[in-house]
Design a protein around this ligand. Structure first.
Ligand code: PMP
Length: 280
C-alpha cells in the first residue's frame, strides 16, 4: 500500500512518525474514516466538517485546506486502486521533540497521516445477516463527541465482545445506552418510532447517523432523538447500528437475548437499501 505522511506518498514500510509525536505519546490526535464505494468517497464534506470541529475543540490548527485533503484522498484511491474500502486520516499535534504535557511551540507542524484499506462494505455477510452484540459499561472520557484516537476503551470493549462470542459491543452508562463501540445505535421502539440518542458530549455525531435520520425523515418514518435504556433496547422491535464502514447494520441478539424476530428488521433493511441507492 502507498500511504501519505506529511506531504509524501511512500510505501507503507517506509512511512515513519517520530517517537516524540504527540499522537503516540498523548493520543493528542483526531481522525476520520471515510468510506469508498465504487471508487468514490462517501459523504466526504461532512467528514471534513467534523474533522475541523474535532481540531477546533483541541485547539489544533489544521494546516491543510479542504481541497488539499480531498486531493490526497483521491490520490490514495487511485494509487492503491481502491474500488471499495476506506480512507483513514489522522492529524496529531506533531513531533514536539520531547515529552511534555504542555502544547509545543506554534512552529511545531501537525502530523498528517492517511492510508487506504480495502474492505467489503456492500457485500458483508455479517452485516447483511445481522450481528450479535453484548453491552459493556461505557468507561470512555467525557468528550466522546470529539473523534479522538484515544480508542482503548473501545478496543477493550470489542475484545470483550469477541471473548463472549459476540460480534460487537454496545456501551451503556448505568441503565442508559450511549452508542456502539464504533457506531451509533438506533432502535424501533414500541411506538414504532425510530429512536436514537440525542447529540451531546457522550456520543460521536456520526455522519451515517445524520444521513440515516434525514433519509428516514424523507420516508415519513417517525423519529425521536432521545436516549433509551438497556431495557428499552432489549424490548425494541428492531435494533441497528450505523457507521461509515458498516452503513446500517442490524443487531439481532444482545446479551444472548433475541431482538425482535431474531433477524434483520424491515426498517434496517429498507434504510440500508435506500442509503446505498443514495450513495450510488
Ligand atoms: N460512534 C463512535 C464511537 C464511532 O467510533 C463511530 C465510527 N467512527 C461512530 C459513532 C459512527 O460515526 P460515522 O457514522 O461517522 O462513521
Amino acid at each position: 500500500m502507498i500511504v501519505y505522511v506529511n506531504g509524501r506518498y511512500v510505501h507503507e514500510e517506509q512511512a515513519k512518525v517520530s517517537v516524540f509525536d504527540r499522537g503516540f505519546l498523548f493520543a493528542d490526535a483526531v481522525y476520520e474514516v471515510t468510506a469508498i464505494i465504487n471508487g468514490k468517497l462517501v459523504d466526504f464534506e461532512r467528514h471534513i466538517v467534523r474533522l475541523q470541529r474535532s481540531c477546533h475543540e483541541l485547539q489544533l490548527a489544521l494546516p491543510y485546506s479542504i481541497d488539499e485533503i480531498k486531493q490526497i484522498h483521491r490520490q490514495l484511491i487511485e494509487r492503491n486502486n481502491i474500488n471499495e474500502g476506506l480512507i483513514y486520516l489522522q492529524v496529531t499535534r506533531g513531533n514536539a521533540k520531547q515529552r511534555d504535557f504542555l502544547f509545543p511551540d506554534k512552529d511545531v507542524q501537525p502530523t498528517l497521516v492517511m492510508f487506504a484499506q480495502k474492505t467489503n462494505i456492500i457485500d458483508n455477510p455479517k452485516v447483511q445477516n445481522g450481528i450479535k452484540a453484548v453491552t459493556v459499561e461505557d468507561i470512555r472520557w467525557a468528550r466522546c463527541d470529539i473523534k479522538s484516537v484515544a480508542l482503548l476503551a473501545a478496543s477493550l470493549a470489542k475484545e470483550y465482545a469477541k471473548q463472549q462470542g459476540a460480534d460487537d459491543a454496545i456501551f451503556v452508562k448505568g441503565d442508559i445506552v450511549t452508542e456502539g463501540s464504533s457506531s451509533n445505535c438506533f432502535i424501533i421502539n414500541r411506538h414504532n418510532q425510530l429512536q436514537t440518542r440525542e447529540l451531546d458530549h457522550e456520543i460521536l455525531p456520526g455522519i451515517t447517523r445524520k444521513a440515516v435520520l434525514s433519509l428516514a425523515k424523507e420516508q415519513g418514518i417517525s423519529i425521536i432523538e432521545k436516549a433509551f435504556s438497556l431495557e428499552e433496547m432489549l424490548m425494541a422491535k428492531e435494533v441497528f447500528i450505523t457507521s461509515a464502514t458498516t452503513l446500517v447494520c442490524p443487531v439481532i441478539n444482545i446479551n444472548n437475548k433475541v431482538i425482535g424476530e431474531g433477524k434483520p428488521g424491515k426498517n434496517a433493511i429498507r434504510l440500508r437499501e435506500i442509503y446505498l441507492e443514495n450513495i450510488k
